[in-house]
Write a protein that binds this ligand. Structure first.
Ligand code: ATP
Ligand code: MG
Length: 356
């Protein structure tokens, strides 16, 4: 059977980019595991984690961290995920094996390889060609941010994961995970001679990144300080219409698709295509709507988004009410389900190292 693992950072309520680029696929895996075919034959198991240990690379006041974690969990339940069947939704910090396996993996992870990864550079806003011994880099780079891919490898390997749905930016991390797993397997075997780790494959979610509504050459992001730059999955229909109306476009009158010269309009067309999943290209969508006014295009896109997000907002608001029992129960259930799977894999790792 296939095992899917994917994570999201508790850095805010997910936005439309997260939804199209990740969460909608999570929901698809969840739903597909309930299909008649899945229950009779190739059933998948899926683990969806709120990676709150990864989020510790950014410092935050405690109360804010608590709130963000809660909102993130409620968001996953609101889009329709649930600890049932073969789906597990959990906080990474509730399963101590993530940190423990990270230490073990650290003993085969090459610092040279880690220093060539681009994520720590982009988080520190350093150019990609910055080398680790550049003074500026070592002065500000914390070990946690630098070794982030090792924790990510632990996340993936702990569940015998076969498939990792990721965006393009994460591909190098999955490749790193595969390398680590192979290095370990080459000298570690289970009692019955099987390799300890399953080698995972990345599944790249199709579709371009959704760009910011305010700065359409930058990606839509939870950490952008301007909330008008993104559509949150819990925005009200009125908020969605307002944000779309305020989206940066240009003053040309016709609608056309050209991400280079018309990034704003092109992003709206891109959003429309991915939200509706219509089988037309962006050029075709632009041609079919070329006589719309900019306002007309924006209204068409808002309507499509509002329809796709459906009742995520009321469900989220319900889950966020104080002492919501469903939220509390799901958090506990997710923790125990994840612990039992990860515990079994971790115990094999311990045995194969002679430290059980
Ligand atoms: P942050 O600014 O805190 O990094 P983020 O918006 O980039 O937040 P992540 O938690 O880093 O969100 O990513 C969660 C998932 O959403 C990942 O699979 C990532 O590839 C995807 N994703 C993030 N931003 C976009 C986007 N603009 N378009 C499409 N997919 C996205
Ligand atoms: Mg990100």
């Amino acid at each position: 059977p296939q095992v899917v693992f994917s994570g999201i950072q508790p850095t805010g309520v997910p936005h439309l980019g997260n939804y199209i680029g990740a969460l909608r696929q999570w929901k698809n895996y969840h739903d597909a595991s309930f299909s008649v075919e899945a229950t009779t034959r190739h059933s998948t198991e899926q683990y969806f984690s709120i990676v709150d240990l990864h989020a510790l690379t950014a410092s935050l006041p405690k109360e804010q961290r608590k709130q963000l974690r809660k909102e993130s969990f409620a968001s996953l339940l609101a889009i329709g995920l649930k600890n049932t069947g073969t789906t597990t939704v959990f906080f990474q910090s509730h399963v101590s094996h993530h940190s423990e396996l990270m230490w073990i993996l650290s003993n085969v992870a090459s610092t040279g390889y880690l220093s060539r990864m681009t994520q720590w550079k982009s988080k520190l806003n350093l150019p990609d060609e910055t080398s680790l011994d550049a003074d500026e880099a070592t002065a500000v780079l914390k070990l946690g941010l630098f070794s982030y891919p090792v924790l990510q490898a632990a996340d993936i390997l702990l569940y015998d994961t076969t498939l990792v749905p990721v965006g393009h930016d994460q591909l190098q991390h999955v490749e790193f995970t595969r390398n680590l797993a192979r290095s370990f397997n080459s000298y570690l075997t289970e009692a019955d001679g099987k390799p300890v780790f399953t080698i995972p494959e990345a599944v790249v979610v199709p579709g371009k990144r959704i760009m910011s509504l305010r700065k359409p050459t930058q990606k839509m992001s939870k950490s952008d300080t301007d909330p008008r730059s993104r559509i949150s999955i819990i925005d009200s229909p009125e908020e969605i219409r307002q944000k779309l109306r305020a989206a940066v476009t240009d003053s040309l009158t016709e609608i056309s698709y050209d991400p280079e010269t018309r990034p704003g309009v092109s992003n709206l067309i891109e959003i429309y295509k991915h939200v509706t999943e219509i089988p037309a290209s962006c050029h075709e969508i632009a041609r079919d709507n070329q006589n719309l006014s900019m306002k007309g295009l924006k209204d068409m896109v808002s309507t499509a988004i509002i329809k796709e997000l459906g009742d995520i907002r009321p469900r989220f608001l319900q889950l966020m009410k104080q002492d919501n029992e469903i939220l509390t129960e799901e958090i506990a259930l997710g923790a125990s389900r994840a612990q039992s799977k990860a515990g079994a894999v971790f115990s094999n790792v311990q045995k194969s190292l002679g430290i059980s």
